[in-house]
Design a protein around this ligand. Structure first.
Ligand code: NAD
Length: 442
């Protein structure tokens, strides 16, 4: 089967590469010429562990190619739509890229095909894609037949390759038996050990993705709320987390308190589900609280920082460790670091920041002015960030920040103050080493 991936971002690039690695012939299409040129020059357009080694080997074996030419991309049996679905101003998912992709297919397809939607989309988008393609085919009097599938993606940035190759489950929303059989065949090599495909209607598959992300976001916001209550009641949320997570009905995953969730998925998907519920006359109280808690949680780091500096952030130099929304990615969409850095600068402080992967990406998240006037400086390693700092804030729990040389750190900082937004350190250890320490919920 010849596959074309439409949209070569985090999801498209991982999807295309992993299918190629399973022996399929894959064309990754993106209308971003610069991205395609860079991929054809073997450049690493995103930070994603193991992905680029796989891209190289599959390119060398002629199973994987990159193009910005629709003429080349259109020669396929199955098309995967992997374009972005960002939030619109009103919170709804912006479907312009999905519709554009569907139009491109309807206008240009040369033979019967299947279109598989991997983008996270509102319930009913499968019908919209179908209507859009049909309309374009009608305009050119074409008798080409096509099927629509919903196959939401559950990979996590930072472990995309492993998640794709070894998925917990593969959700497939379908209408016809023919399309269902095609999906079974396509994913055969991923399901050799045990059957992992869960079949359902297209609408249920679309809903499943929103519910997964909203459930995970709810767990995070719930634990963040508990963490704030623990602080007031002088309980240690880390002990509470262990005590609670040991109940197998609850489990440990996504029970880590922190400074809020970010990324391209949880914030926009919670937002989109709120919108969908409200549009249908339902008040989604839990989802709205999840969103609000996360908004407040992102602001907590600055509050803790400010308090530890006696509310005098002006003219203070703050070291920030970690900019990406989570470790092992360069993605900064909706990252808590953005909120923190902006608040420090607004309060008249300056920031020296270090991140193992997001330094280049971070440039587009802050005004050029803050770099030009020295309010924000990106530095080459964690210790340089700490030089003469009045406080250090750990925002993203990259491994490199787990066991720093605390003696060196203390000798470099003007004041030994650490705000630990991810509970990577223990208060006793920090205080024994002479630091003023503030964690989350401790
Ligand atoms: N990032 C994740 O971890 C993740 C995980 C699961 C699902 N998703 C969902 O997958 C979708 C894609 O997310 P992403 O993070 O990969 O997005 P992204 O922004 O990284 O990539 C989207 C790509 O699509 C391209 N594009 C847009 N319209 C196009 C068109 N008509 N023709 C060709 N190319 C086009 C863009 O140039 C861009 O390169 C979203 O709906 C997202 O919610 C993302």
């Amino acid at each position: 089967m010849k596959l074309t991936i439409i949209g070569t971002g985090y999801v498209g690039l991982s999807t295309g590469t992993c299918f190629a690695d399973m022996g399929h012939t894959v064309c990754c299409y993106d209308y971003d010429q610069n991205k395609i040129d860079r991929l054809n020059n073997n450049e690493r357009v995103i930070f994603e562990p193991y992905l680029f080694e796989m891209i190289e080997s599959n390119k060398n074996d002629y199973r994987l190619g990159f193009t910005s030419s629709l003429d080349e991309a259109i020669d396929a049996d199955i098309f995967f739509i992997c374009v972005g679905t960002p939030s619109s101003e009103d919170g709804s998912a912006n479907l312009e890229y999905v519709i554009e992709a569907a139009k491109q297919l309807g206008k240009n397809a040369k033979r019967d095909f299947t279109v598989v939607n991997k983008s996270t989309v509102p319930i009913g988008t499968g019908d919209l894609v179908k209507e859009t393609i049909s309309e374009e085919l009608r305009k050119r009097d074409s008798s080409i037949k096509f099927g629509v599938i919903s196959n939401p993606e559950f990979l996590k940035q930072g472990s995309a390759v492993n998640d794709f190759l070894r998925p917990d489950r593969i959700v497939v929303g379908y209408e016809t038996e023919e399309a269902k059989e095609q999906m079974i065949e396509l994913y055969r090599s991923f399901t050799l050990h045990h059957h992992k495909i869960i079949f359902m209607s297209i609408r249920s598959a679309e809903m499943t993705k929103y519910v997964s992300n909203s459930m995970l976001a709810t767990k995070i916001s719930f634990m963040n709320e508990i963490s704030n209550i623990c602080e007031l009641l002088k309980a240690d949320v880390e002990d509470v987390r262990r005590g609670v997570g040991s109940d197998e009905r609850i489990g440990y995953s996504f029970t880590y308190p922190g400074c809020g969730y970010g990324g391209s998925c949880f914030p926009k998907d919670v937002e989109a589900l709120i919108y969908l519920a409200e549009q249908n006359g339902f008040d989604p109280q839990i989802l709205k609280s999840v969103k609000q808690r996360n908004f407040n949680q992102k602001k907590l780091l600055f509050k803790k920082l400010s308090k530890s500096l006696n509310n005098e952030v002006k003219d203070k130099s703050i070291a920030v460790w970690g900019l990406s929304f989570k470790p092992e990615t360069d993605d900064m969409r909706e990252a808590p670091s953005i909120t923190l850095v902006k608040e420090i600068i607004e309060a008249g402080g300056t920031v020296k920041a270090y991140d193992p992967a997001a330094m280049e990406v971070s440039r587009k998240y802050f005004d050029k002015e803050v770099y030009d006037n020295g309010s924000l400086e990106l530095v080459g390693n964690p210790y340089t960030a700490a030089e003469n700092a009045d406080a250090l804030v750990l925002v993203t729990e990259w491994k490199v920040f787990r066991n720093p040389d605390f003696a060196l750190l203390k000798s470099l900082m003007k004041k030994p103050v650490i705000i630990d937004g991810r509970n990577q350190y223990t208060r006793t250890n920090m205080e024994n080493q002479g630091f003023v320490y503030e964690g989350m919920g401790k």
